[in-house]
Design a protein around this ligand. Sequence first.
Ligand code: TXA
Ligand code: MG
Length: 315
Amino acid sequence: MAQIGTDITHAKQLLEAGNVVAIPTETVYGLAANALNRDAIVKVFEAKNRPSFDPLIVHVPSKGAALDLADSIPKKAEQLMDAFWPGPLTLVLPKKDVIPDLCTSGLKTVGLRVPNLPLTLELLETLDYPLAAPSANPFGYVSPTTAQHVNDQLGEKLPYILDGGPTTVGLESTIVGFVDDDPIVYRLGGISVEDLESVVGSLKVELNTSSNPKAPGMLKSHYSPSVPLFLGDISKNSAKHQTKKAGVLSFSGIEVDCAHQAVLSKAGNMNEAAANLFRHLRSFEGMELDVILAEEVPDEGLGRAINDRLRRASC
Ligand code: TXA
Ligand code: MG
């Protein structure tokens, strides 16, 4: 198992030597390596069992550091940086040559983000290179929101997990790219579309779905728990699956006869619901359930991102 701790100097030494280290962010934990070191990047893909065509996000400590890695930055990109960095927003921008093609899976663009967590910002500031980091889960699994989640699944492959406590946002970053300088949302995440629009005006959302398989930013079946998840009216689905051992995941609580119930937010608070989503999905995995029955949350603000993850996790 990996060592878990808060020692930035140790994390730095390991990264300098070309190792992969798990790091916390405000969204989910990442599997980090020197983004300028090809050998280290290969280790990230291997540890996750991630296909080489799925590019990595590059983490930097500041807007200034991001500007050093990107070319021709649209005005709206800078407005979004100023409004939401540090924070759960990844901007896909034309990359400079210093970023290896391996990191971006051959794309001429790079996803850049400044995470909003003091421990990780401090680490990034002490390094003289950015950190490439996908979410620290095996490919196709839900993202980890605690150091222990990372250890459970990838501990044997990692020397160290930097522990920043449970993540506060709990959903991955929102990914925004640009076509002719117009922003397009490729992945719903920790910054809502409404918040983005309050800064740059109305924007397009082009998610990767079965009807739109080409949009970058997310593979369709990216968030699958190992127990089949049925999304919809919980009471109806519960009647259908009566003979099976079920876990129920509701938004703010529901009257249903089931021993294994998890509530995203009793108060109906969307931030709390987002922070709890992956934790609850994982807790169901340890219970030897036959099915998970879940319902959508109100489809607004962060609720859109929560529903997106639930739909991708469902059968
Ligand atoms: O919150 C997050 O974004 C977390 C934390 C660790 O920062 N990271 C994360 O990384 O979720 P990952 O690799 O699990 O998801 C990043 C997504 C991938 O689906 C990838 O396809 C997309 O971002 N992506 C990365 N670079 C891209 C690019 N240049 N163009 C389009 N999509 C890109
Ligand atoms: Mg991921």
